[in-house]
Design a protein around this ligand. Structure first.
Ligand code: CAA
Length: 379
């Protein structure tokens, strides 16, 4: 196995690193405090081509794969997990789904707008009553002539109030996961109302809202994939999304380690830098173990996905290890910083708060275990 990145992959990583350090990092803490959406940062990312990484060149994207996207997302999340999730959902859930399941007409109409960043994409699967049990959703789409008419509500929608379009899942058939279809829904249509904006513990600069749809009419051509086959489209797409959230966990871990190394070298107690004490060294070493493990699992999942091979369990493994690692590193980074780490003068309390969601969205840690176990039992 060759662990070397190509020159192009290194170039993407370095581009994302400069974007992260020069554009995202200086404003991350203030946007977090004000719960301010990173609109300018998203526009800049799009100018650099980071909004269309998975979109083929013929539709205005970079035509790259999940490994390149992962390299970029790790860097961005190290600086700012809110920009990270905005770009992860836009690329790995919305753009990739439309590219994989959209008709030629749909791809031609929507992918260039997503690639250029003119429109932000949002993924509308969850509802207040259907989270882990995604197959029980109740938002309805009824065929009416050449249209579908959609009525219902969606919840926990990342960038839902900023989006130009949603990939939305609605019930078109019987109860259960065999009666769900996927659609592209333009955000400006009559009958769509943005509901409650969630006041969050972490990733506060990203936006998370409810959506209400009342008789929203869309062309039947906006169906993605086959009628009533939308649940598999959702899960297949989430396999890619979970690699993106694993990158978020890894980026947060790297940020925790970088801050901890700096502080441990500078902070003196009992007449020497605290980095010279073994309990601190063990924490730093444990962080590195989690970082390197997550990186290998992320690269493996991304390479399998790019090769068109089975990657469902690999993505779940990467997400589980990276998200648990991020929570561990966030906690221990604060411990190394002591009282200073508990205060907002240092960024580690933000890393700790941002890490918490990585074990919840795009499938909880418990759901990742279920996916991994089902894959073992199916062998
Ligand atoms: N790809 C393609 N098809 C898949 C699949 C995958 N990864 N996983 C399962 N399937 C297929 C199965 O083979 C099965 O097909 P058949 O009926 O033909 O055999 C079908 O899909 C149904 O699968 P299950 O019976 O396993 O379905 P289930 O109802 O038991 O649910 C689950 C499985 C793993 C619990 C799933 O519901 C799940 O992942 N839940 C978590 C939902 C989730 O991650 N939500 C995230 C919300 S989006 C978000 O957070 C975005 C954001 O904005 C940040």
């Amino acid at each position: 196995m060759d662990f070397q990145l190509t020159e192009d992959q290194i170039a993407i990583r370095d581009l994302a690193r400069s974007f992260a350090t020069e554009v995202c990092a200086p404003t991350a803490a203030e946007r977090d405090r004000k719960e301010e959406f990173p609109a300018a940062e998203f526009r800049k990312a799009a100018e650099l081509g980071l909004a269309g990484l998975l979109i083929p060149e013929q539709y205005g994207g970079a035509g790259l794969g999940n490994l390149e996207l992962s390299l970029a997302l790790i860097e961005i999340n190290q600086a700012d997990a809110s920009v990270g999730v905005t770009l992860s959902v836009h690329n790995s859930l919305v753009s990739s789904l439309i590219n994989c399941w959209g008709s030629e007409e749909i791809k031609t109409r929507y992918l260039p707008r997503l690639a250029s960043g003119e429109w932000i994409g949002a993924y509308a699967l969850s509802e207040t009553g259907s989270g882990s049990d995604a197959g029980s959703l109740t938002c309805k789409a009824q065929r009416n002539g050449d249209d579908f008419v959609i009525t219902g509500s969606k919840a926990w929608i990342t960038s839902g109030d900023q989006a130009g379009l949603f990939v939305l899942f609605a019930r078109t058939g019987p109860d259960g996961n065999k009666g769900i279809s996927a659609f592209v829904v333009e955000a400006g249509l009559p009958g769509i109302q943005v509901g409650k904006k969630e006041p969050k513990m972490g990733i506060r600069s990203s936006s998370t809202v409810q959506l209400h749809l009342d008789g929203v009419r869309i062309p039947a051509a906006n169906l993605l994939g086959e009628l009533n086959a939308g649940f598999k489209v959702a899960l297949h797409t989430l396999d890619g999304g979970r690699i993106g959230i694993a990158c978020q966990g890894l980026g947060i871990m790297q940020a925790c380690l970088a801050s901890s190394l700096k502080y441990a070298r500078e902070r003196e107690q009992f007449g020497k830098p605290i980095a010279e004490f073994q309990p601190i060294q063990w924490k730093l070493a444990e962080m590195e173990v989690r970082i390197q493990s997550a990186r290998l699992l992320i690269y493996r999942a991304a390479v399998l996905k790019d090769a068109g091979q089975q990657h469902c369990s690999a993505a779940a493994l990467a997400k589980l290890v990276a998200s648990r690692g991020a929570n561990w590193c966030g906690r221990e980074a604060i411990q190394i910083h002591g009282g200073a780490g508990y205060c907002t003068d240092f960024p580690v309390e933000r890393f700790f708060r941002d890490a918490r969601i990585t074990e919840i969205y795009e499938g909880t840690t418990e759901i990742q275990k279920l996916v991994i176990a089902r894959s073992l039992l199916a062998e």
